[in-house]
Design a protein around this ligand. Structure first.
Ligand SMILES: [Ca+2]
Length: 380
């Protein structure tokens, strides 16, 4: 082998090794990691930036150095709010700038998977500035409970907390936690079985359900059981989204496998813990698709252009269920590229916004994790 070539190989290897050390040699990044302040790339969300999808890359990091982000929501003006499970709520404005401190620091109970979860923006936010959060708290006698609270966003702070749904059974695992307003203007709340599967079949319990409430937490008058319950027999649902026909699609975690994508109907029973996977029983709804012996561990989901996109924690992929004639065909994207993922929403620019969950104790975080990433689905 010519000597020049050997030297060339040596230099390239040395440079590659030096590059791997780079993130750790930046004192600013070490400082910010210690303070757990998210770092935002102001160029990505800045609305004066590129908007032609052809010129937007497949992946752009909006923010890094987050700690277990759980949910995202866009305000009507295009600014973005996100939650971190330990209790922080952050705001990135339309210029792409991060609030200089959290807009709220919620006193949450964090054990296992519990803590601050979902966020929802009132459909008439421009009139009332209402923001809703779902989080775990300590109930009476050390009980773990979840609640939905309503806040007012005022001068970049969440104020006037009002509990609208209290006492949702909670546990170290299976806390559900996604909240979203539906096209009917009502708030939908996904709750877990709180590790007591029988509660999912009890329509008087708030556990293992999709609840539907008015914007002040009252039952919607035509709810099927004259209470907050909309559908039941759920295990640990964390994804709620509506398609262009106004149909509600839900993702939930099965037991070790058989994770589900369901089409939700008012009053229907989705089977947990009676049936799993392809098992059927009269009166129980089967999933549109399930993961079989595979595990997606699905969390957030979002509808875009005829597909339900949902992210996998253990599955470490962005899944796309292409819906045609009531049947779903599943495609995997970004498998293993970003690690665990918790949330996906569609932005005002019709791009997908996802969060990683690599710092939740079950992942292998990179020096940038956790991250909020914009995904350009036209580049798949
Ligand atoms: Ca089911």
């Amino acid at each position: 082998m010519p000597r020049k070539f050997i030297i060339f190989i040596f230099v390239v290897s040395a440079l590659a090794f030096a590059y791997t050390l780079l993130p750790f040699s930046n004192p600013l990044s070490i400082l910010q990691r210690e303070k757990n302040i998210p770092q935002v790339d102001t160029g990505v969300l800045n609305q004066s930036q590129e908007t032609n999808p052809e010129n937007i890359p497949l992946l752009s990091t909006v923010a890094s150095n987050l700690e277990i982000p759980w949910a995202l929501a866009f305000l009507p003006n295009g600014s973005l709010m996100f939650t971190e499970r330990k209790g922080n709520v952050w705001l990135i404005d339309t210029d792409g700038n991060l609030s200089n401190k959290p807009v709220a620091q919620i006193n949450v109970k964090t054990i296992g998977e519990s803590g601050l979860h979902g966020i929802a923006i009132h459909p008439n936010f421009n009139q009332n500035q209402f923001i809703y959060l779902y989080y775990t708290y300590e109930g009476e006698g050390d009980e773990t409970r979840n609640r939905v609270s309503r806040f007012t966003l005022e001068n970049n702070r969440l104020t006037d907390e009002t509990f609208i749904v209290n006492g949702i059974p909670g546990a170290i695992f299976h806390d559900g936690g996604r909240i979203k307003f539906g096209p009917d203007g009502f708030l939908y709340i996904a709750t877990g079985d709180a590790r007591e599967p029988s509660l999912s079949q009890n329509t008087n319990s708030l556990a293992g359900k999709i609840l539907r409430v008015t914007d002040n937490g009252s039952p919607v008058p035509d709810n099927p059981f004259s209470n907050l319950v909309y559908s039941y027999g759920h295990r640990n649902p964390q994804g709620l989204t509506w398609d262009s026909q106004g149909r509600l699609w839900e993702n939930e975690h099965g037991q070790s496998a058989t994770d589900e994508l369901n089409l939700i109907e008012a009053g229907a029973n989705y089977g947990w813990p009676q049936v799993r996977g392809d098992e059927t029983q009269q009166g129980l709804k089967s999933p549109i698709i399930h993961s079989g012996s595979d595990t997606w561990a699905p969390s957030g989901n979002a509808y875009l252009n005829g597909s339900i996109f949902f992210v996998g924690l253990r599955g470490q992929a962005l899944y796309e269920a292409k819906i045609e004639n009531g049947e779903a065909t599943l495609v995997e994207h970004l498998k293993g590229q970003l690690g665990r993922m918790r949330e996906v929403v569609v932005g005002p620019d019709n791009m997908l916004y996802i969060t990683t969950s690599n710092r939740d104790g079950r992942g292998i975080p990179t020096s940038e994790d956790d991250r909020l990433i914009r995904v350009n689905p036209s580049k798949f």
